[in-house]
Design a protein around this ligand. Structure first.
Ligand code: SF4
Ligand code: SF4
Length: 136
C-alpha cells in the first residue's frame, strides 16, 4: 500500500511536523533484542526551549545519529516516536492528543551535560517507537 506521505508536496511535508522534538532524543538499542529505548537526553543541537534544531540545514552532517526522514527514507519511521505526526499519517492513525502535550520542552537535558556512560540512567517510558497500548 502506498504511503499517504508520498502524496504530500514539500511544503505540506515540512508543515506536518508538530515540532514536538521527540525524534531528537538520544536512543539506545538493545544489542540482543534490537529494541529501541528513548532517553530524556536531547541532541546537542536541539533548542530545548523551542524544540527546534539549531542547525537544521546541516543536521545530517553535524549529527551523524540524526534520523533524517524523507519521502525516500520512510524506513526511518519505524524508529520514530509512535506519536510522530509522520508516523500517524503513514499508518493512517489519529492521536487524541494536543500537540503541545507532546513537546519535550522542559522535560529533557542536553546531551552536552550527560556522559555516554550515564545514558542508560536516562531511559524514559513517556516516549518510544512502540505504542504502549498496542500489543503488536
Ligand atoms: S541534528 Fe537532528 S537530532 Fe539533532 S536537533 Fe537537529 S534534527 Fe534533531
Ligand atoms: S517526532 Fe515527528 S512530529 Fe515530532 S518533531 Fe520529530 S518529526 Fe516532527
Amino acid at each position: 500500500m502506498t504511503s499517504p506521505l508520498l502524496a504530500l508536496t514539500s511544503e505540506e511535508w515540512e508543515n506536518l511536523c508538530d515540532g514536538c522534538g521527540r525524534c531528537c532524543l538520544v536512543k539506545l538499542q538493545d544489542e540482543d533484542s534490537g529494541e529501541i529505548h528513548y532517553t530524556n537526553v536531547a541532541c546537542r543541537f536541539l533548542d530545548s526551549g523551542t524544540c527546534r534544531c539549531s542547525d537544521y540545514a546541516n543536521r545530517a552532517v553535524v549529527q551523524p545519529d540524526c534520523m533524517v526522514l524523507g519521502p525516500d527514507r520512510l524506513e526511518v519511521l519505524d524508529v520514530m516516536p509512535w506519536t510522530c505526526a509522520y508516523r500517524l499519517a503513514h499508518e493512517s492513525r489519529a492521536l487524541d492528543r494536543d500537540p503541545a502535550e507532546l513537546s519535550v520542552a522542559g522535560r529533557v537535558v542536553s546531551q552536552e551535560y550527560v556522559h555516554d556512560d550515564q545514558l542508560e540512567d536516562h531511559v524514559v517510558d513517556w516516549v518510544g517507537n512502540r505504542d504502549p497500548e498496542s500489543h503488536l
